[in-house]
Write a protein that binds this ligand. Sequence first.
Ligand SMILES: *[C@@H]1O[C@H](CO)[C@@H](O)[C@H](O)[C@H]1NC(C)=O
Ligand SMILES: *[C@@H]1O[C@H](CO)[C@@H](O)[C@H](O)[C@H]1NC(C)=O
Ligand SMILES: *[C@@H]1O[C@H](CO)[C@@H](O)[C@H](O)[C@H]1NC(C)=O
Ligand SMILES: *[C@@H]1O[C@H](CO)[C@@H](O)[C@H](O)[C@H]1NC(C)=O
Ligand SMILES: *[C@@H]1O[C@H](CO)[C@@H](O)[C@H](O)[C@H]1NC(C)=O
Length: 175
Amino acid sequence: MGRSNGGGKLAATLALAFFATLIIMLPEVSAKRFIVGGNMGWTSNVNYTLWAGNQTFYFGDWLFFVYDRNQNDVIEVNKTNYETCIAEHPIHNYTTGAGRDVVALNVTHDRYFISSKGSCYGGMKVHVHLTPLPPPPKAAPVKSHSSRFTVLRSQLVIPAVFAVAAVWDSLILRV
Ligand SMILES: *[C@@H]1O[C@H](CO)[C@@H](O)[C@H](O)[C@H]1NC(C)=O
Ligand SMILES: *[C@@H]1O[C@H](CO)[C@@H](O)[C@H](O)[C@H]1NC(C)=O
Ligand SMILES: *[C@@H]1O[C@H](CO)[C@@H](O)[C@H](O)[C@H]1NC(C)=O
Ligand SMILES: *[C@@H]1O[C@H](CO)[C@@H](O)[C@H](O)[C@H]1NC(C)=O
Ligand SMILES: *[C@@H]1O[C@H](CO)[C@@H](O)[C@H](O)[C@H]1NC(C)=O
């Protein structure tokens, strides 16, 4: 029943569903967890200015500091104390003692984190600037979204596409 033209219709439906799903899901799936320093983690001898310059941080993302708990810590300071590596009177001490500390990027202002153990002077400090969130999904052309969304979220998006497509296809076939 009406299956003869099903291939073309299904392809068109899939394409439609893909873009619809992308648009619907973007706001919900965009949080990302950044391991500070990537493979190197939180340690001396990493230029975190270079590392951070290579990332795009959005409100709602997370920082994950992974380090040797016997060597280092994670202290949030203000800009002045970031520049001078002063850990006294910190804004917040994120050190839990496990060498695995999580920071929610849930405020829009710039954030400054340093190690209080001396390595700060060698560059063990990171400044995080949030990129303003992308414009409301409806107004945004799909192509402008970075691979951050399309690649990293594909595991979530693709099954949803098939689910939507299946529903859509069955609706069309019934008409
Ligand atoms: C920045 O990202 C590019 C592409 O992923 C990578 O090749 C490069 O090594 C990165 N640089 C730093 C400092 O992480
Ligand atoms: C940064 O924090 C230090 C110590 O709490 C304080 O003395 C200083 O005034 C602060 N600087 C700014 C710009 O807020
Ligand atoms: C941060 O907290 C850890 C664990 O409680 C503590 O050992 C360390 O002295 C604190 N560092 C600073 C600079 O307050
Ligand atoms: C940000 O997240 C932390 C940890 O989850 C929480 O303690 C804090 O209240 C949050 N701040 C805001 C402004 O939501
Ligand atoms: C990190 O790299 C930037 C750009 O090359 C450089 O200006 C800065 O001095 C470096 N920082 C450290 C601590 O080496």
